[in-house]
Design a protein around this ligand. Structure first.
Ligand code: 5GP
Length: 344
């Protein structure tokens, strides 16, 4: 446990509003109570968390984000949420974090202000703490395509203005809603403008979509649950992934608690790792799933019997797939190699 906490780790798949801890949410509730905005006293953290054996299905799980959304509806609250979440990743021994979030219009701010607030919050954290943070803008596949286009425009605009903060565009949201092909023009445009791309891929069985996503050549994919034939994929989806070796953001506890995977021991991490597909250990929604990146590394080590060197190598390999500039990559690799020299 101490080793996993001390290991300098790279977080590449964390949704801001799913990452709010209980203490951050209590802090935000207090802020709303003190500032005279709407009453938030009916918001409870227990409903937000999805533990092991929770009776809710994957679709129900998507409802919990509205609880966090009601607490991040003003620029001040969003700034507190961003900073407190990054502080927690820093305290957990993460040296680099890519936070992702879907810009929203709220009664108190526009999408433009939403992005702006996160960018400014990250700049403050990067100046104050040793952790390096970057922002990956999210497109929600259950929203209208025109919304995706507007968000893509903002991501491109902010990447031009703040290339050292806004680094990518990603597709998430309920996988049973919306069609990837409708969002392709937005993602092509973002790619052409130099943004890195990550796509939630194969969270539910949909081999056709998995193939078109992989053929799009995203820089990374999220989850990849239903790609291997023994997990609901086909020979074709698996062969395609093995051929192009797209790095996969792996979220062990998220997959188990939403019942996408029956138990840790049968998680597709094993097949991917053995096939030498780059695997990136991530938290997904550390608030919702009551986890941390060091906990995910610990679960991974225990379940798949990885020794310290193998575990540290996972963090080291993750550096290759960050969306930030090469000098950041080199700095992180040096830091992790140095740790390996002393602790493995
Ligand atoms: P936000 O973008 O509001 O900061 O973070 C919450 C959002 O992230 C959710 O509304 C949802 O769109 C997305 N999200 C969080 N966890 C998951 C997940 O496991 N799968 C998918 N597809 N989307 C997720």
């Amino acid at each position: 446990h101490t080793f996993c906490r001390k290991l300098p780790k790279i977080e590449l798949h964390a949704h801001l509003n799913g990452s709010l801890s209980k203490s951050t949410m209590l802090h935000l509730k207090r802020y709303f109570a003190d500032s005279g905005f709407e009453d938030k006293s009916n918001i409870f953290f227990d409903e937000f968390q999805i533990g092991a054996g929770d009776s809710r299905n994957l679709s129900d799980c998507f409802q919990v984000f509205s609880i966090a959304h009601s607490l991040t509806s003003t620029p001040e609250a969003l700034e507190m949420a961003t900073q407190m979440t990054l502080e927690e990743f820093n305290d957990d021994g993460c040296c680099y974090v890519e936070l992702r979030s879907t810009p929203r219009d709220t009664p108190y701010m526009t999408k433009h202000q939403y992005i702006d607030t996160i960018v400014k919050s990250m700049q403050k954290i990067n100046a104050r703490l040793s952790i390096i943070s970057r922002f990956v803008v999210s497109v929600n596949r259950s929203h209208h395509v025109s919304e995706a286009e507007a968000i893509t425009n903002l991501a491109i605009e902010y990447n031009k203005k703040y290339p050292d903060i806004v680094v990518g565009l990603e597709l998430s949201g309920e996988p049973t809603i919306g069609r990837f092909e409708d969002f392709v023009p937005s993602f092509v445009r973002a790619k052409e403008c130099g943004l890195k791309i990550s796509l939630h891929c194969g969270e539910i069985c949909n081999s056709e979509e998995v193939i078109s996503m992989l053929n799009f050549k995203p820089d990374r994919i999220g989850h990849g649950t239903c790609i291997h034939p023994s997990h609901g994929g086909t020979e074709d989806t698996w062969a395609t992934l093995c051929k192009i070796k797209t790095p996969v953001e792996i979220c062990l506890t998220s997959n188990v608690n939403t019942k996408s995977t029956p138990k840790y021991a049968s998680h597709h991490f094993k097949e991917f790792y053995n096939a030498e597909i780059p695997v990136l250990i991530c938290t997904d929604d550390k608030g919702v799933f009551e986890t941390s990146l060091s906990q995910e590394y610990g679960i991974c080590a225990e379940t798949f019997d990885l020794d310290r060197t193998k575990l540290a190598r996972l963090a080291l390999n993750a550096c290759q797939h960050i969306f930030a500039e090469d000098n950041v990559k080199r700095k992180l690799m040096t830091q992790i190699l140095n740790f390996i020299d002393h602790h493995c």
